[in-house]
Design a protein around this ligand. Structure first.
Ligand code: UDP
Ligand code: MG
Length: 187
């Protein structure tokens, strides 16, 4: 009897997951959806200090879906484009050097309002001022060596996605935790 009930519960759960994922896919193509993709760079400070796993785990535990991830060396052109808003600063040279000190890991992260969520998880630019509990607050003592970059708006997220990833490097796949991450009307 118990086994029959367990099977029924399992079947019901699988159907629920299937149904909710279909709704998620439908809502993804809906222009009113707040589903977004953002770009995170795990900077050389994260690579060298051996905390890649810990930082990636934070995004996963939050319920954010990883839809792209790769290691790459940033070219001069990539860094100049990426930090164009700082090109006039006297310290631009050292930022560039810092971003090219080793490979970085680029991630494409997907979720509802994920651009803002990831900025909050990252914390403010200066690691010494970032709130405890944030990535920079917990792992950084520096403005420059501050572990992560995160897109700051839908416009920059779109540009950065194109800058660091080709189309075939971004994946669409059902996230089986979705029904336990969001309510139906949040998707
Ligand atoms: N940065 C720095 N000194 C500064 C400002 C910025 O070294 O006075 C570096 C820092 O690594 C920062 C990056 O340049 O993450 C980009 O600066 P931005 O103001 O865009 O900060 P973010 O968006 O990364 O918080
Ligand atoms: Mg910025």
């Amino acid at each position: 009897m118990v086994i029959i009930w367990m099977r029924k519960i399992k079947k019901f759960t699988l159907e629920l997951i299937k149904e909710k994922n279909l709704q998620f896919l439908e809502s993804f193509s809906n222009s009113f959806s707040t589903m977004q993709v953002t770009v995170v760079l795990l900077k050389p400070s994260a690579v060298q200090r051996g905390i890649l796993g810990e930082v990636i785990t934070r995004f996963e535990k939050k319920g954010i879906q990883i839809v792209g991830m790769k290691m790459l060396c940033l070219t001069d052109e990539m860094v100049s484009e990426h930090y164009a808003h700082l090109a006039h600063k006297p310290f631009f040279g050292r930022i560039k050097e810092s971003m090219q000190a080793s490979p970085v890991v680029a991630m494409a992260l997907k979720g509802v309002d994920v651009i803002n969520v990831v900025r909050q998880l990252a914390g403010v630019t200066n690691g010494r001022e970032a709130a405890p509990g944030t990535i920079r607050g917990d792992y950084s003592m520096s403005v420059q060596e501050n572990i992560v970059h995160a897109s700051d708006s839908p416009e920059t997220a779109a540009l950065e996605l194109a800058r660091f990833f080709s189309e075939s490097e971004i994946f669409t796949y059902p996230h089986f935790l979705h029904p336990f991450t969001y309510a139906n009307d949040e998707l």
